[in-house]
Write a protein that binds this ligand. Structure first.
Ligand code: SAM
Length: 378
């Protein structure tokens, strides 16, 4: 027996583990892992579960859902909104999630430019007139590089208890393997795509000819689409209604990047200050004298800071020092730590981001912190 299905010995009932719908979503997730699309549209997205799973794929920057039923999308669409943690630690990638109310039988320019289009258990819900228009909308108009279409395999129905005609009352048809494959091959031929067939939900051993419970076609566009060809002769009139839009906080947005730089600079400076003061204290204990009087002799070991902040990316001669109750941490030192360096890119940007946000020495070359108030700048 396949690990994705179990046959209950006594009843002969097939139970899929994980459930079949999860196997379909995992299949799409694996496809996203393989092709790394930036823009993914899920047609017939229903309660947005697949979109919600895909928002965690780090390559995805644009997610769109489309469904003819607005209420089913609205029920759970809040799951697609950013969480407080997304604002506290904005991601390096940008992410926009949009939901549209409309039909796959109609063209709308908001559906242009996608790399991957998923149609999971959608086509069997389409009326004949909609199914006839569907290939032109998806393959002709949207023309993404990859399309994945899943649909029930009617040959498997005899193995499913209680299924008489169709698996769901809203299904307009259910195709056997040959019907699906000839429709898919003809669609691929007409729109210059290649198609490969697979599925999820294996049949029991000895019944392999029945095929997968869910049959899947993965279509790959055979031609390279240029910006000009993508836009030529494509209608511009919007027919879908946007019912949800979320723009996630991202470090690509200067506002969030500046916050992240300021936080990281203050954090780095605090770590350096603490290491410096710990060194001074241990020297004080060793010599039993006033540590601030030996400040000129003090050479902190930058190795200590590296343990907390990662290896420095640039070696700098100027080191932090203590003068009275003020700690001076050169910006060049802070810039040499990997996270600050990666966030800012250039020293000029570091200076620009922290200007007016972090207390600096009079010449602007160092962050200054007070030795007496552990967590406060002066
Ligand atoms: N893709 C989801 C999944 O795999 O869990 C939901 C599949 S559900 C069985 C089919 C969805 O297609 C429904 O939410 C239905 O409203 C939607 N649908 C039916 N006809 C449609 C059409 N013409 N255009 C867009 N969506 C449609």
């Amino acid at each position: 027996m396949d690990k994705n299905s179990e046959e209950e010995q006594s009843t002969g009932i097939i139970k899929f583990t994980p459930p079949l719908y999860k196997q379909r979503y995992e299949f799409v997730k694996d496809l996203v892992g393989k092709y790394k699309p930036k823009k993914v549209a899920d047609l017939g997205c229903a309660d947005c579960t697949l979109l919600w799973m895909l928002k965690f794929c780090s390559c995805v920057e644009v997610l769109a859902g489309l469904d003819i039923c607005a209420s089913v999308m609205k029920e759970n669409m809040h799951r697609l909104s950013p969480l407080p943690g997304d604002y506290l630690q904005p991601s390096e990638r940008s992410l926009t999630v949009t939901l549209h109310h409309g039909s796959v039988a109609h063209k709308d320019p908001c559906m242009l430019g996608f790399d991957l289009v998923t149609c999971i258990e959608l086509i069997e819900h389409l009326e004949e007139s909609e199914l006839n228009k569907f290939p032109e909308v998806v393959f002709g108009f949207m023309s993404p590089s990859i399309v994945v279409i899943s649909t029930p395999n009617s040959e498997f129905n005899t193995l499913l208890p209680g299924v008489t005609l169709f698996r769901h009352p809203d299904h307009k048809f259910e195709w056997n393997q040959s019907q699906f494959q000839s429709w898919a091959l003809e669609t691929a031929r007409r729109y210059d795509y290649s198609v490969e067939f697979t599925g999820v939900g294996r049949p029991p051993t000895g019944m392999e000819n029945v095929g997968f419970c869910t049959q899947i076609g993965v279509f790959a566009r055979n031609y390279l689409e240029t910006t000009e060809s993508a836009q030529s002769e494509k209608p511009t009139e919007a027919v879908y209604k946007t019912v949800f839009k979320a723009v996630y906080p991202s470090l690509k947005d200067e506002k969030y990047l500046q916050n992240a730089v300021v936080s990281e600079v203050i954090f780095t400076a605090q770590i350096i200050k603490q290491s410096l003061l710990d060194c001074l204290m241990s020297e004080h204990e060793e010599y039993n004298d006033d540590p601030t009087e030996r400040k000129s002799k003090f050479q902190p070991s930058m190795k200590r800071f590296s343990e907390d902040l990662g290896n420095r990316v640039v070696e700098k001669s100027m080191e932090p020092f203590v003068n009275g109750n003020v700690v001076y941490i050169p910006l060049t030192t802070i810039f040499s730590f990997p996270k600050v360096n990666r966030l800012c890119g250039t020293f000029e940007k570091l200076c620009k981001f922290i200007a007016g946000k972090v207390t600096l020495s009079s010449d602007g070359s160092a962050v200054v912190l007070n030795t007496e108030h552990k967590n406060e700048e002066i």
